[in-house]
Design a protein around this ligand. Sequence first.
Ligand code: FES
Length: 105
Amino acid sequence: MEKKIFLCRKDDVPVDGVIQVCPKEVSDGLAVYRVGAEFYVTEDLCSHGLVALSGGELEGTTIYCPLHGGAFDIRTGTPTEKPCTMPIKTYRVIEEDDQIFGMIQ
Ligand code: FES
């Protein structure tokens, strides 16, 4: 069952950027992305190693891992560059006024 949790304010996330948020409900943290006017949320841990994706480079809707350069589509969690082969979790985003919430399972 999904649970709605507050993640951050819209202005906390730079346009075409990513931040890490660490709500107590998610042990390894989440990455909140802003692409233009759209927000996306994924788990923050790369599926290839113990590295935070929020420390990587965001190009459009692709996040590049800072360790080995693997990549994921932040809309679906699908790996798009090797060595990443396992998807990452994505979460539904709810926008309310200036606040961003994630629907966490
Ligand atoms: S740890 Fe992310 S690509 Fe290797």
